[in-house]
Design a protein. Sequence first.
Lengths: 202, 179
Amino acid sequence: MKATYLLLGSTSFLFSAVLAVWVSATLTKASLAAPDGFEGTFQAVNGAWMYSDKVGSPAANRVERARVALGGPLALSSEETIYFIALEDDDGERLTSSCDYRITGQAFATRWWSLTLYDSETQVFVPNEINRASWNSRALEYAADGSWTVIVSDEPQAGHWLPVHQQPDKRFDLLLRLYNPADETRRSARTLTLPTIERVQC
Amino acid sequence: MLIRTLPLVATATLSGSVLGALVGWNATLQRVPVAVMEAIEGRMVGPEGDWNTCVHERRYGPLPRVARSNPDSMVTRVAYDLSEGSLRLRGKTWPDYWSLSVYDQNTNNVFVVNDRQIQSDSFDYTLVRASDVPVADGSQKIVSPTLKGILLIRRFVVSEADLLAIHANQDLMRCEIIS
């Protein structure tokens, strides 16, 4: 009888441990699913863009901190820089190298800003012949109405071109950084008018 | 008797699983940022173990550094270990944009200052492990919540024409461990 109880206890313990490890791993994977794991930490604000004031902040919870650590470590706190990330276009379709996009916006009330394209899988730059992954506020040329346009495509484009992969179906994301934003810009980060991301062709 | 204990065993097994899963999940989430910092620090210090050494990025543009790094900045980086003493950094700021930021071992950006907030074109900061650690006259104290971490200095590069001046600015920097 004692041996039976011992066997039952051991089996129960072993089953419990295996189940705990499996559930823990599943929870972790679901919490940190990269690259789109930013959703949940970054919240939809305007158009296709997401924003978080928890980047680099001690106020971030464990899930938020872990997601940012994996997806963009060593980011500055929102006191210094505010970050917006876009994973989709304005129609809610995932950004991929199979399509061309037109990104249009206005200058921001900030010291300087930049728009950078990253491979969502590797989380670094997409290698390309012109060695370009970003456009910043000082490098862009503006139209008479103060607007600017950047074209994302796998083929060379006139004007401000951001190259993506030559292979189709490669997912990418866009990161908009605003350095030393004006107080009003920082206060209204959740309601700022942000660039449009229009899918031109696929 | 055995039959009567089975529900109890099943309940205990399930409770143990849930509790274990939550503890494991929590521990993993807590460990992730530290593991990321350790990985970055490991790359920064290299096989020689060059902690507390200022490493200047000399190139500009898209470089495979850490995830989603900014190609419009040139960075000076230090993986610090304050168990050896305090880390003093001196130099000149950069007019187009300069910032000094400190990240504790949990990835928190615990300190940041930019060139506009400094009343001079020079800077002098000492990173210490506790608020009661003395620093040299004229040096501003930064307290790190953890013994190890990463310090970054970012300079905005407007164009490649800035490179020589930025290299000169980097070369003016002095980084020293003070025991």
